[in-house]
Write a protein that binds this ligand. Structure first.
Ligand code: GLU
Length: 556
């Protein structure tokens, strides 16, 4: 039978050849060893934390090797498409600085010469290759409806057509299936004339009992049973399935490494077959295990509904992008943390990411760890960076606070500069949400006493301490002079100024200089814990310090 004729009948509108298409997608001219990777999300839902993984791996592998990383939108399933999901993907990648060199941009735009980067716009390309497969008797149209297929497979319930049914197992040969696979030109013509739709199926030559050795970059050596299923390449509307689009696009776009979730591993046999049928070089594959979480004592897969799964939650809670990126790196490579300690000033992008250091089982997602990593990441920022991060976040999620910060940026930055720099910087916040409660006592509108003056001290003493301190307070005192004054006041009212002396004979004193400092701290900040009091008072300014002392003395 003339399969060229059949191809013409099925795809009369396709006039170009695969060679014409190949010419539109020249081989990439890259240095040896350069990797070409992509992230190929479907806009069927909002970004999941798990998506940041393959995206970051792909980005790192490409950019560490002077290669190319691109974004392709796999929008072939319009029924499952979620409004706004594509925009969310593009924005999220930008927010987490997962920069791609080519691909889809917001507002239907794109950049790069391997486009279109949206699969929905590549129909003609897929159909050109589909037509070629028909010519070569590697694919055939199937006019059977889903119901008819169900009926054919009433015994095994699977609406699949398999090579084995007629090829390797003549005993179980099914005439109907054989007929479907060997559709004649005349039969096809009749169906087309009737206006019946068809799906295009691959004509599998595989045997499920034979295995192909395969090396996955993470999972290592695998044995993949051959595909014996005549799976669908084009749906009845001419739109490709994931399998077909994957082979065509990753070939034309020059992908060298496919990094994707392990849920695609069972489809690998189909892809191996497709690349062979199309005479394309098979890329390298890396199947990433799903993220896990602890539930009680056992590990569970992190599902889309779990706390921590939606990427947008991180932004809303105020995790700076760099914290999330650093955390992703700790999950990706076991030696990242060690490297981070040795290189505190470098960007996480300077870390030599390696596939070999990845765990083969799913990484464990853990909020405590994320918070820890985030505290460290924020502690390495300058006060200006913290100010910018927190204001940007507050602009979106806490307008009043943003306004407060923006009324006097210098004041806010001085607060945020406390305990920054040096070998042991303060680690007060994991998220921008923590900043407001941390600095609230610097703003009269937010100030609220969280701690009370302990009742163990005599009212008279406390009042005297506050009044005396206020009378002697000089904003220009340096830390040493300031503390000497606190000590002098302590002595005067029967509190030990020397901690050693106090510890040796506590019964000789009403308390110690530590207690006096604590009383001042509670009066001025309303809490028992704070950074350096001398610095806090300088930032607050004399007027506010004195008024708080006075208020505290009267309230006690
Ligand atoms: N569109 C597929 C998905 O979202 C992409 C898988 C791949 O990277 O090849 O799962």
């Amino acid at each position: 039978m003339d399969y060229n004729k059949l191809a013409e009948l099925l795809f009369p509108h396709i006039t170009g050849s695969p060679e014409d298409i190949e010419a539109r997608f020249p081989r990439r001219n890259l240095p040896e060893g350069a990797k070409v990777t992509r992230i190929a999300p479907s806009p069927t839902g909002f970004m999941h934390f798990g998506t940041l993984f393959p995206a970051r791996i792909a980005e790192r592998l490409a950019h560490q090797s002077d290669g190319v990383f691109y974004l392709r939108i796999e929008d072939t399933d319009s029924k499952r498409e979620v409004k706004g999901a594509e925009k969310d993907i593009i924005e999220t990648l930008a927010y987490y600085q997962i920069h791609f060199d080519e691909g889809a941009l917001a507002d239907e735009k794109e950049f790069g010469i391997y486009g279109p980067y949206r699969q929905s716009q590549r129909g003609e390309i897929y159909q050109t290759f589909a037509k070629q497969l028909v010519r070569e008797r590697k694919a055939y149209p199937c006019f059977t409806t889903e119901e008819e297929l169900e009926a054919l497979h009433a015994t095994d319930k699977k609406a699949e057509i398999k090579n084995k049914d007629w090829h390797n197992n003549p005993d179980t040969e099914k005439e109907e299936i054989k007929k479907l696979r060997n559709i004649t030109y005349e039969e096809a013509e009749e169906q087309i004339k009737k206006g019946n739709p068809f799906v295009l199926r691959i004509l599998s030559d595989g045997d499920n009992e034979k295995k192909t050795p395969f090396v996955d970059l993470i999972k290592g050596k695998l044995e993949v049973p051959e595909n014996d299923e005549d799976f669908v390449l084009l749906k009845s509307d001419g739109i490709p399935t994931y399998h077909f689009a994957h082979a065509v696009d990753d070939h034309l776009m020059g992908t060298t490494h496919v990094i994707r979730g392990e849920e695609w591993l069972p489809s690998l046999a189909k892809h191996i077959m497709l690349f062979r049928y199309l005479n394309f070089k098979l890329p390298k594959y890396m199947h990433i295990a799903q993220l896990m979480k602890m539930e009680g004592n056992s590990k569970k897969k992190l599902s889309k509904r779990d706390n921590g799964a939606a990427v947008s939650d991180y932004r809303e809670n105020g995790y700076p992008p760099v914290s999330v990126n650093e955390y992703v790196m700790t999950l990706l490579n076991s030696n990242f943390e060690e490297w981070r300690m040795a290189n505190p000033d470098k960007s996480y992008l300077d870390f030599p990411f390696s596939i070999k250091k990845m765990s083969t089982s799913g990484a464990l997602f853990d909020f405590d760890k994320l918070n820890d990593v985030s505290k460290n990441a924020i502690s390495r920022m300058t006060a200006d960076e913290v100010y910018e991060g927190v204001t940007e976040w507050a602009d979106e999620y806490d307008k009043d606070f943003a306004e407060l910060l923006e009324t006097n940026p210098e004041y806010a930055k001085r607060i945020l500069a406390m305990g920054r720099g040096g070998k042991k910087p303060r680690k007060d916040f994991a998220v921008w949400k923590d900043v407001k409660p941390y600095m609230s006592y610097f703003y009269d509108s937010l100030f609220e006493a969280e701690a009370e003056i302990p009742t163990q001290f005599a009212r008279e003493d406390v009042k005297n301490i506050f009044t005396e301190f206020a009378a002697n307070y000089d904003e220009n005192d340096d830390n040493g002079v300031w503390f000497d004054k606190v000590k002098a006041i302590s002595e005067k009212y029967g509190f030990a100024s020397d901690m050693k002396e106090y510890k040796a004979n506590p019964e000789n004193f009403k308390g110690s200089v530590a207690d006096v400092s604590m009383l001042l701290r509670i009066a001025v900040t309303g809490r028992t814990n704070s950074p350096d009091m001398h610095e806090i008072m300088r930032i607050l300014g004399k007027e506010r310090v004195l008024s708080r002392l006075e208020k505290a003395a009267n309230a006690f």
